[in-house]
Ligand binder design. Structure first.
Ligand code: HAM
Length: 418
């Protein structure tokens, strides 16, 4: 039998209802806050990700699904959405109409990581990106939206961890101090970090290896190196979060796994997922639009891991399962075409129908109606047709009434909606 590829998964009915509910809630929250949906391709030129996420990151170095297409161009299954949203903002000159644009998108991403609980090779993200706004209040609003969404979805343990990565100006001094510090702990660094410590020392702060984590405990923190403007920006983010009454943790070593960040960075962390504690992550990426050939416009955003969110939401799939409103138990050759017509009309009226198209006994049809948790059963046999009325059974009260066939759909509708 042909099986799924490792790290990929099916989302089946029974679980998909939770996903639909999360997506519905996220869409309506973002739209209430003025975000517009954007849908972008899953395949992009490899260069787009290499230039935005950064050549030295784990994602670009090890995790991308990259292959040449038939003409030999290198293309990549997107590992994240931000680079594509930036490409689209620039390509369609959206900034010319209004530099301020707010987008959300929902879709699959691909990273060839080692699969484990909460970590997949195809996973889904809910993304929000804002262009053209410098103000720290928008960073705080994004954190507020993520926290709000988690509370709407009954997540009990989700807390923002925040940091500032400053601007290229303050980062210069910091990189120097960090490099000096790292040269004193080289024996504890993994091979990748030894290499990265010279070229891109910030990456070492994001390494997952336990010996690197231990090595950087006393590493200098970038928030101690912020220039006055970046420092003020970060203070305002904290002030706004306090104003919104959102508890947060300042995490001096939070650098995130992508190179494009500047100033505010954050993760929403949870203790409910074991090693994969980040259920959302994001931050400012003020230089990226310009670096990819667009105007010098600031930008900020975040992405929620939908798979992880679906695992920790307090929503219960049994409460979300769609049950038939009416099960039509048709018996006999004459009743089946009529039952089929009624079932279509019930569906059009918003009354969810189910019926049996094989010739099963009343007993087995009633059993199936029970198993599907149908609210009502309509029993129609050739005898009932001759008498001009059918039986409607309320499956909760077990009460049965007779309904005339004439204008049946309207009559049943009136009865059910009483
Ligand atoms: P990221 O931190 O790489 O950021 O991913 C965001 C979220 O996606 C993570 O917090 C996690 O919940 C989920 N995620 C990442 N990798 C996996 C995986 N292999 N399996 C399951 N879930 C995963 C970004 O992607 C940035 N583009 C976020 C952003 C938007 N920054 C600014 N705008």
């Amino acid at each position: 039998m042909i099986q799924l590829i490792r790290g990929f998964k099916d989302i089946l009915p029974g679980e998909v209802e939770i996903w639909q509910n999360i997506e519905k809630t996220a869409r309506s929250l973002f739209e209430d806050f003025g975000f517009k949906e954007i849908r972008l391709p899953i395949l992009e030129r490899t260069e787009l990700f290499a230039r935005s996420i950064g050549e030295d990151t784990d994602i670009v170095e090890k995790e991308m699904y990259t292959f040449p297409d038939k003409k030999g161009d290198l293309i990549t299954l997107r590992p994240e959405a931000t680079a594509s949203v930036v490409r689209s903002y620039i390509q369609h000159k959206m900034y010319a109409k209004d530099p301020v644009q707010k987008f959300y998108s929902i879709g699959p991403m691909f990273r060839r990581e080692r699969p484990q609980k909460g970590r997949y090779r195809q996973f889904y993200q809910i993304n929000a990106e804002v262009f053209g706004i410098d103000s720290p209040f928008i960073d705080a609003q994004l954190i507020f939206l993520a926290v709000k969404l988690f509370s709407m979805l009954e997540v009990t343990d989700a807390k923002p961890h925040i940091n500032s990565l400053g601007c290229p100006k303050c980062r210069l001094n910091f990189k120097e101090s960090l490099s000096i510090f790292l040269s004193s702990v080289t024996e504890k660094l993994c091979r990748d970090c030894l290499r990265r410590s010279k070229k891109n020392p910030l990456r070492v702060l994001d390494c997952k290896s336990s010996s690197c984590r231990e090595a950087i405990i006393d590493a200098p923190a970038i928030i101690d190196y912020l220039c006055p403007e970046c420092s003020q920006h970060f203070e305002t983010v904290k002030y706004a979060l306090e104003k919104f009454k959102i508890p947060f943790v300042i995490d001096k070593h939070l650098v995130r796994g992508l190179d494009y960040y500047t100033r505010t960075t954050f993760e929403i962390q949870t203790g409910l997922l074991g090693a994969q504690n980040a259920v959302a992550g994001g931050g400012r990426y003020d230089g990226l639009v310009k670096a990819l050939g667009g105007p010098d416009q600031p930008a900020t955003g975040f992405a929620i891991g939908l798979d992880r969110l679906a695992e920790i939401t307090g929503l219960r799939n049994k409460d979300l399962l769609q049950k038939p409103d009416i099960y039509i138990a048709a018996l006999g050759e004459k009743s089946r075409p009529l039952a089929f017509e009624w079932s279509c009309n019930f569906g059009l009226e918003g009354i969810r129908p189910e019926m049996d198209l094989s010739n099963r006994s009343l007993k087995s049809q009633m059993k199936r109606a029970d198993r599907l948790k149908a609210s009502y059963v309509l029993i129609v046999g050739d005898n009932e047709l001759e008498e001009g009325s059918v039986i409607l059974r309320n499956m909760t009260t077990k009460k049965q009434i007779s309904i005339p066939i004439e204008s049946l759909v309207e009559k049943v509708k009136a009865e059910i909606r009483l």
